[in-house]
Design a protein around this ligand. Sequence first.
Ligand code: NDP
Ligand code: 8X3
Length: 252
Amino acid sequence: MKTILVTGASSGFGEATARRFALKGWQVIAWARRLDRMEAWRQALPAECAERVHLQCVDIRVADQVQAALADLPVAFQAVDVLLNNAGLASGKDPVHEASMDDWERMIDTNLKGLLYVTRAVSPGMVARRSGHIINIGSIAGKESYPEGNVYNATKFGVDGLTRSMRMDLVRYGIRVSQVCPGMVDTEFSTVRFHGDRAKADQVYQNMAPLTAEDIADMLEYMILAPAHVNIADVLILPTAQASATIVHREG
Ligand code: NDP
Ligand code: 8X3
């Protein structure tokens, strides 16, 4: 039985993908800080799927929590086949001379340092087993900068650079390293970015059809289930109405 570890499994793409793989009969290790949110979707699964889901409350910004969670895994969950480095956030959208340094620290600590802590902890097992698949969630924001994106852009450009280098480090061990870079997806992302201002978040997706978390889970499922000799290395996935980070066609 295969095992996937999903970070950020309490919402958005992480939740959709964790649920998807649980329903496909995989063992799922689901990490996030909001255990209650993960417990809610786990309990809604058929019992035989729910029992294969192992939830852990982990703040990926804390290296000790990451290590302790892995050390606590039941034996049956210890061999991680797929690591989905998904947990991340934008915090704020302000010009560089006005932005909050707390927002900057939060994004750097989560999107870069957290992703690194998880990867450093999980990848040695993959190396020892000479197999595995690591998928990093990047963004169109890691391919193109945009005004007021500054530190979010920097973290996602960082993920892009890390993904390429990780692939080089791990290729000799038969480990696939991939990246998915979505454009606009309607999740809790914008509400988090605007510090809970739902009205401001809704404006982001006004008069256009954004992607959904299920669209991203479809892509991830395709990448993960591709034959072992196929690595879909880097995918930019946009809503049809989006042409670039800043060009969005809105009806009306
Ligand atoms: P959501 O806000 O819906 O989900 C983010 C997830 O990350 C939550 O489960 C949250 O869980 C988790 N998370 C945040 N901080 C931490 C932390 N310190 N430790 C553990 N988990 C954490 O957003 P999305 O699903 O949209 O975002 C997922 C990824 O996709 C992010 O990396 C984001 O940057 C990226 N992305 C999003 C796009 C979009 O338009 N939505 C487009 C391109 C990329 P909890 O709060 O419970 O800890
Ligand atoms: C999220 C997409 O365009 O808001 O990474 O940066 S965007």
